[in-house]
Design a protein around this ligand. Structure first.
Ligand code: XMP
Length: 518
């Protein structure tokens, strides 16, 4: 296969199951290097179609000695483009080229001092000693002819290797994690110097190319879009409306399960400021009616999901000639995850508009499907969407229904809304809103406790404040909010919100807890 067959439109990352694979992609994109992730077993045809300027083999939990451990198609090494193996990826490079990988006496995990011992373009413009992050059980113990050692650490004599003639590089450490402070430079050297990748991935060029792509896909057709008022659907809709104007029909379903100001903000920002062709449907009676007396979390979620589809479908059918459905799907949902543990159990049936396409028989327009969340925000900024909207915390599809534990009533929703508003106001006033991933209030109607107010006894509800730090919602830790701030939130809720006499702060991490309580 000739080198010229691969023209170099991106760096291709083959995923061997490391928890850091997405981070490699994010680091490269921060360097304005466009990249995509494919499962390790990508076929020769898929690799060819990717038109990569270079290929990165990610880390992974397997050992190259294990029977059936993941191997790439051998075309990876024949494609004529540079290859960088990281951790497991490096062990593959060694093993598949006749070298030897052995289990380390001790699993190396944590910081290490990397000493660069040979001149390599991978380490150009870097100091001779680097702080790096290691996490591996196997290491190379003998290299095949052609490979040489470029760097070592105290416990890994082959911490970086290369075969310059074949343009193959291996590193035992993880350049993508923050614990390798200069790791981005290593990735940049690979992409720009070694692969010669010139293109600059910018939001301006992305905006132009996406608008053109939507125009080409939709032609003279009409698109319908469910707007939640959140970041992803707003950015997706704004982008599509740039391409096709009022042929984009946006529908905001008011489920009656939103927070204070959610619907008003949608009407103001989406309708009046962003000038989207917006229809607001008030379906709160339907949702609250169907949820009456239902306390099982999964049943609540199912009822909400089904009702949402029903309302949206009915409304969309009123628009003549719609053939496309817009969705704000993001890249992490698209990447086929390489799980060594098989399919995971359903913890919560997430409500998003997932059921819509099948039911409605529409073609999908998903302009954000190659973007990470932070890139969606940058794209939104590029289109002039306000920072306030772009900085909104995630809000679940089933809304406040999964924050009233047990059966939902209008009275409990009012109490929860009032408490939630106080919490958000105080978080913003203290400058903490933008520092945390997500913060909200949960109400525990079945927990009533005794309190004292003035001279009287109270017997009222407890609410819980939950604030978490997270990178992607998959794992999370509780935010270390200042005590003074918690105190202010607590005293304001108890004095201003009717029906609440006790406030607790949730100090559970995910796992084992989840972010939402239901
Ligand atoms: P959990 O509770 O599973 O939440 O730890 C992880 C993240 O997902 C959000 N979440 C949802 N988002 N539909 C959504 O669009 C849902 O049904 C849903 N349930 C949870 C949650 O707020 C957190 O950010």
């Amino acid at each position: 296969m000739s080198v010229a067959a691969l023209e170099g439109e991106k760096i291709l990352i083959l995923d061997f199951g490391s928890q850091y694979t997405q981070l490699i992609a994010r680091r490269l994109r921060e360097l304005q290097v466009y990249c995509e992730i494919l499962p390790y077993k990508a076929s020769r045809a898929q690799i060819l179609a990717a038109k990569a300027a270079g290929i990165i083999l990610s880390g992974g939990p397997a050992s190259v000695h294990e029977k059936g451990s993941p191997r790439p198609d051998k075309f990876v090494f024949e494609a004529g483009v540079p290859v960088l193996g990281i951790c497991y990826g490096m062990q593959l490079l060694v093993e598949l080229h006749g070298g030897k990988v052995v289990p380390s006496k001790k699993r190396e995990y944590g910081h290490a001092d990397l000493e660069i011992v040979a001149e390599s373009p991978l380490f150009a413009d870097l100091p001779k000693h680097l702080q790096v992050w290691m996490s591996h059980g196997d290491s190379a113990s003998r290299l095949h002819n052609g490979f040489r050692v470029d760097a070592r650490t105290e416990s890994a004599p082959y911490a970086a290797i290369s075969d310059e003639a074949k343009r193959q590089y291996g590193i035992q450490f993880h350049p993508e994690v923050v614990h390798t402070p200069l790791g981005s430079k290593v990735l940049e050297n690979f992409a720009r110097r070694i692969c010669g990748f010139k293109k600059v991935w910018s939001m301006t060029s992305l905006l132009e190319s996406q608008v053109a792509a939507i125009k080409a896909q939709v032609g003279e057709g009409k698109v319908v879009c469910a707007l939640s008022g959140g970041v992803d659907s707003t950015v997706a809709a704004t982008l599509i409306s740039k391409a096709i104007g009022s042929r984009l029909h946006c529908i905001y379903v008011d489920t009656g399960l939103g927070r204070h100001g959610d619907r008003e903000r949608a009407e103001k920002v989406l309708g009046r400021e962003l000038k989207l062709n917006l229809k607001v449907v008030d379906a709160s009676k339907l949702f609250l009616g169907r949820l009456k007396g239902v306390s099982d979390p999964e049943r609540k979620r199912k009822i909400i999901g089904k009702s949402f589809i029903e309302v949206f479908d009915k409304e969309a059918k009123r628009i003549k000639g719609v053939t496309f459905l817009a969705q704000g799907t993001l890249y992490p949902d698209v990447i086929e995850s390489v799980s060594v543990h098989g399919p995971s159990v359903v913890i919560k049936s997430h409500h998003n508009v997932g059921g819509l396409p099948k039911k409605m028989n529409l073609k999908l327009v998903e302009p954000l499907r190659m973007l990470f969340k932070d890139e969606v925000r940058l794209l939104g900024k590029e289109m002039g969407i306000s920072p306030d909207l772009l900085g909104l915390h995630p809000f679940p599809g089933p809304g406040l229904a999964i924050r009233v534990l047990g059966a939902v009533t209008p009275e409990l929703l009012t109490t929860l809304r009032d408490a939630d508003l106080v919490m958000r106001q105080e978080l913003k006033a203290a400058g903490w809103y933008d520092k945390v991933w997500q913060a909200f209030v949960v109400i525990l109607p079945s927990v009533r406790s005794v309190g004292v107010m003035g001279d009287g006894r109270t017997y009222e509800n407890t609410v819980v404040v939950r604030s978490v730090d997270s990178r992607d919602g998959m794992t999370a830790d509780w935010s270390r909010l200042p005590f003074d701030l918690l105190q202010k939130i607590s005293s304001r809720i108890v004095s201003e919100v009717k029906g609440v006499n006790r406030v607790a702060y949730d100090i559970s991490s995910k796992p084992p807890a989840t972010i939402e309580w239901e």
